[in-house]
Design a binder for this molecule. Sequence first.
Ligand SMILES: CC(C)(COP(=O)(O)OP(=O)(O)OC[C@H]1O[C@@H](n2cnc3c(N)ncnc32)[C@H](O)[C@@H]1OP(=O)(O)O)[C@@H](O)C(=O)NCCC(=O)NCCS
Length: 210
Amino acid sequence: MTDLLPANSLVRKIWITETDAYRDHLLRLDAESRRLRFGGGVSDAFIQKYVKLASTLDAVLYGYYVDGVLRGVAELRAVRDKTDVDAEAAFSIEREWQSHGVGSALMSQMLLAARNRGIRTLHMICLADNQRMQQLAKKFDAQFSFEYGSVIGEVETPYPTPVSVMREVVADSANFATAMLDVHKRLFKFPLPRLRAEGDTEQAQTAAIK
Ligand SMILES: CC(C)(COP(=O)(O)OP(=O)(O)OC[C@H]1O[C@@H](n2cnc3c(N)ncnc32)[C@H](O)[C@@H]1OP(=O)(O)O)[C@@H](O)C(=O)NCCC(=O)NCCS
């Protein structure tokens, strides 16, 4: 599914060191996407607190990156009761990247992550007017129930197998290297001075270095 996304983009796990990027992504969501993501309008202060809390909980995050910038996130959080381990998934994609298959690519990764963690049912709660989220869940065979203006989609995951675990491990190892390169690029983003070109005056060279 990720094959359909543009070449300068990728879906990969978000590492614990990247929570600032998650916060910045949520802060960039337009008002309507924020409402749909959080079930109501929320302030910047709320988002900052939310991300702090999310980073202390047992959450698995997958991100959609375009040219190294985080533009979409799927968040998986385990919900344990006495008998079973279920999880809740929540999605946020910045407006410009909505309806281009990003949600579908993130959902595939979420389901693999859930399956490999022994999570049997993935719940997605969205507002009743969120047609796109419901369509996305339907694509993955979700069963729906309705509660107080919200729709709950539930997708069953198969049992993990050595192959499903290997798929995640192999993707994560490659993605960890990409994440390190992104961090490296951010740390060393100062432009290099232009090399002296033939015919440059002293003045032009000094200006290029500045
Ligand atoms: C809901 C959301 C996650 C969907 O992700 P997406 O990348 O936009 O969705 P996709 O492009 O993968 O499309 C998924 C399906 O939704 C349907 N869809 C796409 N665009 C649609 C639109 N404008 N209206 C209705 N349905 C639409 C299609 O059936 C599509 O599948 P298909 O293209 O194979 O037919 C994303 O739009 C989003 O983050 N919205 C704001 C926040 C939000 O609503 N979060 C969900 C609450 S947790």
